[in-house]
Design a protein around this ligand. Structure first.
Ligand SMILES: [Zn+2]
Length: 316
């Protein structure tokens, strides 16, 4: 009888752990806090503008702003036309980015984040003009021009960043062309990492600004709102849309120096990995999150594969 009780208890605990695996993982991570800033490297390819930020020109209208001392090595992009500019991502807010942006351009700047995680939205409040992806999920969350984020949309509490209410002045729809004056950028909805993830695509210059959907290092496809079916659909959509010579400017770097760049091939490798996961022809490492190698630059971290419902329709 005691043996049966033990089995029931074990099965009960295992079921609870399985059901609450994601909040449990986030709870465990919350004990980690923010690692200290790395010392500034004198080998950095970007130019140090102070003791924290680096800048590196992509061309005379596009600048990468790096935070190589922050443990996630974030990259935000200042994308300029002849009349106005976009700041794509604003970093975790460890340091105010606005004075640097003002130094770099006299143009009016609109900030938009690739998604709502804390390390991409931390300085949005410092700009007057703030855009947001126009999808039902975010429209429904907006009240009086502000979006109260949930803790699981923001994830910043682990590092001591309070969950903000983000102001919105402009709603940009998926597929919309944003005219900066002699330069247009297309807003592309790319759910996968999170439902509201976007990229910006400069068709003329074949530049794709990718956020956290793809970058060198561990790709997180198991976070709150992450979806492998969405990840796959976004990859297929992008592969059908962008030119094969497109350069991808991503939001984090790990091993490389300077701006974290990827290419079309990295996108097709990611698509192929997702197809293999769906087909069950790759097993991956570890149990949760499950880790699949994509290529020499990337790994994809996912939910437990047998719990993924590949039939689900995209969330936004
Ligand atoms: Zn993210």
């Amino acid at each position: 009888m005691r043996f049966v009780g033990l089995i029931i208890l074990t099965v009960g605990i295992a079921t609870l752990v399985m059901v609450y695996r994601l909040p449990l993982l986030i709870f465990l991570l919350s004990f980690e806090g923010t690692p200290n800033l790395e010392p500034p490297s004198d080998k950095e390819q970007g130019r140090w503008v102070d003791d924290y930020y680096t800048v590196q020109s992509i061309d005379d209208r596009t600048i990468a702003i790096g935070e190589p001392r922050y443990w996630q090595a974030n990259y935000s992009y200042l994308i300029m036309g002849s009349d106005s500019a976009i700041l794509f991502d604003s970093g975790p807010g460890v340091r105010n980015i606005e004075p640097l942006v003002r130094q770099l351009t006299p143009l009016p700047v609109t900030v938009i984040s690739s998604h709502l995680h804390y390390d991409h939205t931390g300085n949005n409040h410092r700009f007057n003009s703030k855009a947001m992806l126009d999808i039902p999920m975010l429209r429904q969350q907006a009240h009086l021009g502000k979006i109260e984020l949930s803790a699981s949309q923001h994830l910043g509490e682990n590092e001591g960043f309070a969950v903000p209410a983000l102001e919105v002045n402009h709603w940009w729809a998926p597929g919309q062309l944003i005219d900066l004056g002699q330069r247009q950028l297309e807003v592309i909805s790319t759910p996968g990492h999170t439902p509201e993830s976007i990229m910006l695509y400069d068709t003329d210059q074949q530049q794709l600004f990718s956020g956290d959907y793809i970058y060198e290092g561990p790709l997180f496809g198991f976070l709150p709102g992450s979806s492998l079916p969405d990840y796959l659909r976004s990859a297929e959509q992008l592969i059908g849309k962008i030119a094969a010579t497109t350069i991808i400017y991503s939001a984090h770097r790990s091993a490389s120096n300077g701006i974290p760049l990827l290419g079309y091939r990295d996108l097709t490798d990611l698509r192929d990995t997702l197809l293999d996961i769906r087909a069950g022809t790759v097993t991956g490492d570890s149990y949760y999150p499950r880790i699949y190698p994509v290529n020499e630059k990337m790994k994809l971290y996912t939910d437990v594969p047998w719990l993924v419902n590949w039939e689900t329709i995209g969330s936004p």
